[in-house]
Design a protein around this ligand. Structure first.
Ligand SMILES: [Zn+2]
Length: 319
């Protein structure tokens, strides 16, 4: 794209004299220095740490996105591992147990979703039957191995982090070494961590969207410093990317600084919460590859792949 834009703008260089050509090239280099100095898009493996395979995508019988379809989307985007969760959990069982998944070379890290239906979104933190369901799923596991986490769950009012089932689930997760994927605000991070025996020092919590409400970068910094195992997943994160002079998405300066300060603490995710997100899966992943290319290669690899791999004992170098 860069080369064709370049030729389209300046035309062929051959007819001009060598001295003029040299001057011309220097001028061109100066014009394009910021773009030319930028590394290429990140081209390594991706770990999609926030993926839903909900009933409306495919329930084993119908839906626009059967297993072969979603696997093809992952494959053509270099997504080699996913955190999968679904409403209800059948979608994750289906994805985790399908022979096609193994053939596609995609590792499924299964999480237990707390929601059997939409009504559970607003009530899970006090519904004892959900705690029982989580324990039952944990005991059963999937046909391809044990569950590795709980979530994604939502708290639209952070005070509900103190609900009786929320408290029990956090203690249960830490005790069983389960990772938690939580869509909550910064206040709820503190409340949830307080319910664990380690008071958040051992609780491996992935903060979905790293605060979809846009907690300031310095508040995110403070929480990452306070809870060493806390990870931030970056889908839908307000303020993460800024358009550059040419309209391309780049990391905004304060987020670039935060990712460089905590290279081992961030993850990317698709958040396929509605079918439309599956339709845009290619562009979502391309968007990540583009801004990951703004980072030093080792940081891009960490955020794109190895931070997720480390969390779930997958090969750090890639699959
Ligand atoms: Zn989600």
């Amino acid at each position: 794209m860069f080369l064709s834009g370049f030729l389209g703008r300046f035309g062929p260089l051959a007819p001009i004299s060598s001295a003029r050509a040299a001057t011309h090239l220097i001028a061109i280099a100066l014009v394009f220095l910021p773009a030319a100095g930028r590394a290429a898009d990140y081209a390594g493996p991706l770990f999609d740490a926030h993926l839903h395979y909900n009933q409306e995508a495919w329930n084993g019988h119908s839906g626009p996105h059967p297993v072969e379809d979603v696997l093809a989307r992952m494959q053509r985007n270099g997504v080699r591992a996913i955190v999968s969760n679904s409403r209800p959990n059948d979608g994750t069982h289906l994805l985790a147990s399908s022979p096609q998944t193994r053939q596609a070379g995609v590792t499924v890290v299964p999480f237990i979703r707390l929601y059997r239906n939409r009504a559970d979104y607003d009530n899970w933190f006090r519904d004892e039957s959900i705690f029982e369901m989580v324990q039952s799923e944990f005991t059963k596991g999937t046909a391809n191995g044990p569950f590795k986490g709980i979530g994604e769950f939502h708290l639209y009012d952070s005070a509900n982090a103190n609900g009786p089932v929320a408290k029990k689930l956090m203690a249960f997760a830490e005790d069983k070494r389960l990772v938690v994927l939580a869509h909550v605000d910064d206040v709820a991070i503190d409340l949830l961590m307080a319910h664990t025996a380690s008071r958040g020092q051992k609780m491996r919590l992935i903060w979905a969207h790293t605060g979809i409400g846009g907690a300031p970068a310095d508040r995110v910094d403070q929480l990452l410093a306070k809870y060493p195992p806390l990870m931030g997943e970056l889908s839908y994160r307000p303020g993460l990317t800024c358009a550059d002079a040419k309209g391309a998405e780049r990391l905004c300066p304060e987020w670039r600084a935060l990712l460089l300060k905590y290279p081992s603490r961030f993850l990317i995710g698709s958040d396929t919460w509605v079918n439309q997100r599956w339709q845009y899966y290619d562009s979502l992943m391309q968007g990540y590859r583009s801004w990951l290319g703004d980072l030093p290669p080792e940081v891009a690899k960490a955020v794109g792949w190895s931070n997720g791999a480390r969390l779930f004992d997958l090969p750090l170098g890639g699959p």
